[in-house]
Ligand binder design. Sequence first.
Ligand SMILES: [Zn+2]
Length: 324
Amino acid sequence: MCQHLHDPRELGDKLTPDLAPVKGMRFLDPHIHMVSRTTDDYQAMADAGIVAVIEPAFWVGQPRTGIDTFRDYYSSLLGWERFRSSQFGISHFCTLGLNSREANNEPLAEAVLELLPYFIHKEGVVGIGEIGFDDQTPAEDRFYRLQLELAKDAELPVQVHTPHRDKKRGTSRSMDIAIEHGLDPGMVIIDHNNEETVEEVLDRGFWAAFTIYPFTKMGNQRMVEIVKQYGAERIMINSAADWGISDPLAVPKTAALMKLQGISDADIELVTFKNALTAFAQSGQISEEILKQIGVDQSQKFAGNSILRGGQQPRVDKSSIVIS
Ligand SMILES: [Zn+2]
């Protein structure tokens, strides 16, 4: 016996009242660390209309001690995590790179730079990321530049993490260096913007991504004000949900707030779906067509493993094309 998982848009009864205004819309969260999240999160995201995610490679909360943990992490982003996401009807993509913090362990960082070329051309890799500055050290500068060159050679978009401290200067510097290395600003997504950085990022032709953080920094009311002021062109929002206090529903919740405050459906769609798709589609690895190819079949396995535990019934959407 199978339970059917329908299109998330049909699951209105499961939506929280917060999301009622955007029932029927679809979302792409272009920055979320699903390895840190639970199956409950995946289910809630699918119910809320999230149809695709992009997971940047990042810092795992403590320093890695060897190259093999990077290898296994990249493999899991392309393997198990992608499979796990597919089991909830969510298309999973990733950006791969060396995060800024770990650039400061230079011998290890050099080994990671040798490893990356073996991974970045694999299916589902939509860019180099998240890379950039944390403390703005010379080592961070060096490995940011090396990875910009890698992205340029591979013709992949770049997802840039901007520093939380000294943000304005760090953001300007990230863009200066990208231009110095000959990258087209249209291939570079500058992340974690705020009111102080957005104007320069847009003026210089880069994509401006915003992370909605609960309780601090960029809350979603502030985000609504930014869209009212700057419009929707080249702006995208994400949750950056990870192992810390964060909200994997930040994108649909912000869409709901925008809707309630009179922002047009077309602009909401740009900011919560289309702009990210357009930016990362430049990799050739994500598109409307590719998103259509995913369905849900929880009877599928990955390397012999299922997300189901003994006695659980798989959910199968028979009308879809199955990805295994
Ligand atoms: Zn992140």
